[in-house]
Design a protein around this ligand. Structure first.
Ligand code: MN
Length: 697
């Protein structure tokens, strides 16, 4: 059985190698002899492992030297073979790659961490000289992960964690898409077995249905449309890998049932222009989902990935992600830098983004004084977009860069987030807006009476935290409005001298409210004003109603006072404000950030009082300045992002800067500070927006 498997491997391998089959055969004979009598933990003869590694490299289209090095990759570490011997039999090129993959042997290290760090250092220096070292290392790791099942749970977790921390980001940066996704799914299985099973069984249940939809409905109809337009294209579909589905549920804070792009359709054409023609056909045949279009052809990812991505609503109302690319882009997407390698053997990569990344990686490795610093620098280089932290029990949690303890708390559980009272990082109390760092161990302190604070919305970065905080705040606000509504209803009953039933009946008839609760909410939020109710009963409110709730301010609880809003900073309801006592205009309200306010504060602090907003109606102006990448369509994207939040634009000015950036000044009208924050947040998440500033003074 094993012999058959071995022979089959050899045949498959030789079939994939075009030139120099002799050297490959020689390497196979060599490892058969050197690894003779050695067995893998799986019980199989050791040679099956290097054969699998070489086969994988051959499938990636790697050159002969890499494949031969793949066969020989363990002989220096695990057999008595020497470098000189390898050089003599297989040449210096192959010997160098194998040497690069080999761990540091004999030197004794003071601890495991130092050993790990030094091995990383060696590996990175080796692959910066010859990228093929990392291809072999990744293929080796891929096969080791595939055979990890026979090891102890402890070792499985350790290896999987190292893979996710080090090898996955490297594969990602090199654009080795296939290795990256396969490694991720394997890590997922070992690090989060429960979640893995959940996603797997969910996908298993729904995939069949989706597949038949794509095969029988979506693709035929797309094909017809493309034919009508005279376009020739190759159409396939591909399943999204499990880890990315799971990551999506976390990133977006959604349930598995709400992940719609389990399968994506891929359209491959010959020329770049055809990509855009296909896009036009797709968008006119099916309704595109707004905000789901990405042009990675004009703006490739750092790892050189190119494609057009769009999500559309297909027949029967199902969402489908469509990726459009040329064959060349496809090749590069599948094999990453390896494809590049296959085309231009031996050529260096000076002009690609990968090269500069590699350079900074090497610099940080060489510049690190000790192992601790090296591991830290390595993490920083590898995870520019994610931060890896740990629970007190040592479980790994992956969050987007910039995440705070509140994001962590909501990641653990909604209730933990909702009652989050404080946080400890590495045993020390930190503020809740602390930005988590790689390797932090995070502990959340909770208290049953603690509730989410609106301020959290200013610093959380995960959508799960955002949506959960908003939901709770909405609920709290609703309760407050209900309470206010009840109070106002009592007041009306008293003043109008009516029975409760009569009043309710009339109001339900006259407003959109269907229930008493809805009516109380209208009254409490001020959307149904007391004036309006009085006028309904033909009673003039000029009889001086005791309150004009809609825009009162409280000074330290003293009740409403005469005030004006400062024109310099245009304070928004809901933000932190201070009043400046003046002779002519009473109290002038300034935003806490206003430079004029801070000036007064310094020269006559006695004139400044803390003021709390009650509520305010109507729209308020706010001025903002953006610094953006100066590119076609940027202004349209910015204005539509603003409009989507519901804010009005009353003035816009733009100016190109010599730096290739553009300045955009806007005056907007918003209801309150929360709304402004929403505008800010949606602009900051736009690609190309570099800075956002509120203009004051
Ligand atoms: Mn190996």
């Amino acid at each position: 059985m094993q012999v058959v498997a071995r022979k089959e491997q050899e045949e498959r391998l030789l079939k994939l190698v075009e030139a120099g089959k002799e050297l490959v055969k020689k390497a196979i004979e060599f490892i058969e002899e050197r690894h003779a009598g050695q067995y893998r933990k799986t019980g199989e003869p050791y040679v099956l492992h290097p054969l699998e590694v070489a086969l994988y490299l051959a499938q990636l289209g790697m050159d002969r030297s890499t494949i031969v090095a793949g066969l020989l990759h363990d002989v220096l570490e695990d057999t008595a073979t020497t470098y000189e011997e390898l050089k003599e039999h297989f040449g210096e090129e192959v010997a160098e790659i194998v040497e690069g993959v080999t761990k540091l042997g004999k030197i004794p290290f003071k601890d495991l961490q130092t050993q790990k760090a030094e091995n990383y250092r060696k590996l990175i220096l080796a692959f910066s000289k010859d990228l093929r070292v990392i291809f072999v290392k990744l293929a080796d790791r891929w096969h080791n992960m595939k055979t990890l099942h026979c090891f102890s749970r402890e070792k499985q977790v350790r290896i999987a964690r190292e893979t996710l921390e080090l090898f996955v980001p490297i594969a990602n940066r090199l654009g080795l898409w296939r290795i990256k996704t396969e490694l991720e799914d394997l890590c997922f299985m070992y690090l989060y077995p429960k979640e893995y099973e959940e996603v797997k069984s969910f996908v298993g249940k729904t995939r069949e249905e989706l597949e038949s939809y794509l095969k029988e409905v979506f693709i035929p109809s797309l094909r017809r449309e493309l034919q009508k337009a005279g376009l020739e294209a190759h159409i396939t579909y591909r399943p999204k890998h499990l880890y990315s589905i799971w990551q999506k549920t976390i990133r977006k804070g959604i349930r598995l049932e709400d992940v719609h792009d389990l399968l994506g359709v891929r359209v491959i054409v010959n020329m770049v222009q055809e990509c855009y023609l296909v896009l036009g056909v797709v968008h006119s045949a099916f309704k595109p989902v707004p905000g789901k279009f990405d042009d990675y052809i004009s703006l490739p990812k750092p790892n050189l990935y190119q494609s057009l991505h769009t999500t559309v609503i297909g027949p029967e109302g199902k969402m489908v992600e469509v990726q459009i690319r040329t064959w060349e882009m496809h090749e590069r997407a599948e094999k990453g830098i390896a494809a590049h390698w296959a085309y231009k053997e031996g050529k260096n990569l000076q002009d690609s983004g990968v090269y500069s990344w590699l350079k900074s990686l090497v610099e940080s490795v060489q510049g690190s004084k000790n192992s601790e610093e090296l591991l830290e620098n390595l993490r920083l280089e590898l995870f520019s977009e994610e931060v890896f932290v740990f629970t007190p029990r040592g479980d790994l949690v992956v969050l987007p860069k910039g995440a705070t303890p509140v994001d962590f708390a909501y990641h653990i559980h909604t209730e933990v987030g909702n009652h989050c009272a404080g946080a400890k990082v590495n045993g020390k109390i930190v503020p809740l807006y602390y930005r988590l760092q790689n390797g932090d161990q995070v502990e959340i302190l909770t208290h049953p009476n603690k509730k989410p604070n609106p301020e959290w919305l200013n610093f959380v970065v995960t959508s799960k935290a955002k949506s959960r905080i908003k939901a709770v705040l909405k609920e709290l606000e609703k309760n407050r409005y209900l309470q206010l509504g009840r109070e106002r209803l009592e007041k009306l009953l008293h003043r109008l001298n009516l029975s409760r039933e009569a009043l309710l009946e009339k109001l339900l008839e006259d407003t959109k409210a269907k229930t008493e609760e809805e009516l109380l909410l209208l009254l409490g939020s001020g959307r149904l004003s007391l004036e309006r109710v009085y006028s309904l009963f033909k009673k003039s409110h000029r009889e001086k109603p005791q309150e004009k709730v809609e825009d009162t301010l409280q000074i330290d609880g003293l009740g409403s006072v005469l005030h004006t809003l400062a024109g310099c900073c245009n304070p928004l309801p809901g933000e932190e404000v201070y009043g400046v006592i003046t002779k002519g205009k009473g109290l002038v309200i300034h935003s806490k950030e206003c430079p004029n306010l801070n000036h007064v504060r310094q020269i006559s602090p006695e004139k400044v009082v803390k003021v709390l907003w009650d509520r305010s109606k109507g729209l308020h102006p706010v001025r903002i300045r953006l610094v953006v990448k100066d590119r076609v369509g940027m202004l349209a994207e910015v204005t539509s992002a603003i409009s989507r939040t519901g804010a009005n634009i009353t003035e816009a000015k733009t100016k190109s800067l010599p730096s290739g950036e553009a300045l955009m000044d806007f005056t907007l009208q918003v209801e309150n500070y929360q709304k402004f924050l929403r505008v800010k947040e949606s602009l900051q998440s736009l690609e190309g927006v570099e800075r956002l500033q509120r203009l004051m003074g």
